[in-house]
Design a protein around this ligand. Structure first.
Ligand code: SAH
Length: 257
C-alpha cells in the first residue's frame, strides 16, 4: 500500500530498512515461549519476518483502523489475530495469553506508558524486543549514579535484564523523525520479587519525584510508620540507590507497616 497520510496522532514512523527489521526480529530468543505479540505493526515490515517462521503464534495489535484492513489483506493469518485496539487498553487475558514475548517499533510518545503496561503484566511476558527513542532507551538501561537514571530504569530492571542492542538512524524511517532510535532487549530475570509490587512502584515514584533530596525527606509520605528513621538508605538520594537497594528499602517499609 502506498500510504499517503501518516497519522501524527498515532505517532507513525514506518521503518523502511528491511535488514534492520530482520535484525530486530532475530533478537527474539524463543526461550520458554512460542507466542509473540507485536505492538503497532503499521505496514507490517517486522510482521513479515515474524510470520516467516512463526505463522501460528503471532498476534498483532494496531490502533489505526485503516492499517488493520491493510494488514488483514496483506497477511493470511486468522483475522482475530489482527487486533484493532489501543495497546494501553488491551489485556492478555482477553485472548487467554499467559506466556508471550512482545515486539514492536513503538509509538514514541507513549513508550513509557507501554512499558508500564508491560510491567503490569510482567508475569506473562518473559521477553520484549522494542524500538524506542534513543534517549528513552538509554534511560531505561541506565544505572545508579548516572544523570538519566530514573523511575523506568529501576522498575524495568527489577523485572528484566536490559540490553541496549543498537542505535538506529532517523533516515531509515518514513517520514524521518527528528530523533535517533535504539533497540532494547528485555529478558525476564529469574528471581522472584522479594517485596510487594505496588509498594515498590509507589516508593520508586515518590523517591524520584524529588530525586536530589535525601530519601528521609522525599519519602515523608511513609514517616508515620513505626521506626521510620531506622530504615536503611534514608541518607541517600533516589539517584544513588541501586535496583537491589530499592527492593530492600521497599521490604523495610513493608515489614514495618
Ligand atoms: N512497526 C511499524 C510501525 C511503527 S510506527 C514499522 O516499524 O514500520 C508505530 C505504530 O504504532 C503505528 O502503526 C501506529 O498506528 C501504532 N500505534 C500507535 N499508538 C498505538 C496504540 N496505542 N496501540 C497500538 N498501536 C499503536
Amino acid at each position: 500500500m502506498h500510504k499517503s497520510i501518516f497519522r501524527k496522532k498515532f505517532d507513525q514512523y514506518f521503518l523502511k530498512d528491511k535488514n534492520i527489521a530482520k535484525k530486530i526480529v532475530k533478537n527474539l530468543s524463543f526461550l520458554n515461549y512460542d507466542t509473540v505479540v507485536e505492538i503497532g505493526p503499521g505496514l507490517g515490515i517486522l510482521t513479515q519476518y515474524l510470520l516467516k517462521h512463526h505463522q501460528n503464534q503471532v498476534f498483532l495489535i494496531e490502533i489505526d483502523r485503516e492499517l488493520i484492513s491493510f494488514l488483514r489483506n496483506k497477511f493470511s493469518i486468522s483475522k482475530n489475530r489482527i487486533i484493532h485496539k489501543d495497546f494501553l487498553k488491551w489485556s492478555p487475558e482477553e485472548i487467554h495469553l499467559q506466556n508471550f514475548a512482545i515486539i514492536g517499533n513503538f509509538p514514541y510518545s507513549i513508550s513509557s506508558q507501554i512499558l508500564f503496561h508491560i510491567l503490569k503484566y510482567n508475569q506473562y511476558i518473559p521477553e520484549c524486543i522494542g524500538m524506542f527513542q534513543k534517549e528513552v532507551a538509554k534511560r531505561i538501561a541506565s544505572h545508579e549514579g548516572k544523570k538519566n537514571y530514573g523511575i523506568l530504569s529501576v522498575l524495568v530492571q527489577t523485572f528484566y535484564e536490559v540490553k541496549y542492542l543498537f542505535t538506529v538512524n532517523p533516515q531509515v524511517f518514513f517520514p524521518i523523525p527528528n530523533v535517533k532510535s535504539a533497540v532494547l532487549s528485555l529478558r525476564k530475570k529469574n528471581e522472584i520479587l522479594s517485596c510487594n509490587k505496588d509498594l515498590l512502584f509507589k516508593c520508586v515514584k515518590t523517591a524520584f519525584n524529588q530525586r536530589r533530596k535525601k530519601l528521609k525527606n522525599s519519602l515523608q509520605l511513609f514517616n508515620h510508620i513505626p521506626n521510620f528513621y531506622k530504615i536503611p538508605f534514608l541518607n541517600k538520594r533516589a539517584e544513588e540507590l541501586s535496583v537491589q537497594e530499592f527492593l530492600q528499602l521497599t521490604k523495610e517499609i513493608e515489614i514495618r507497616r
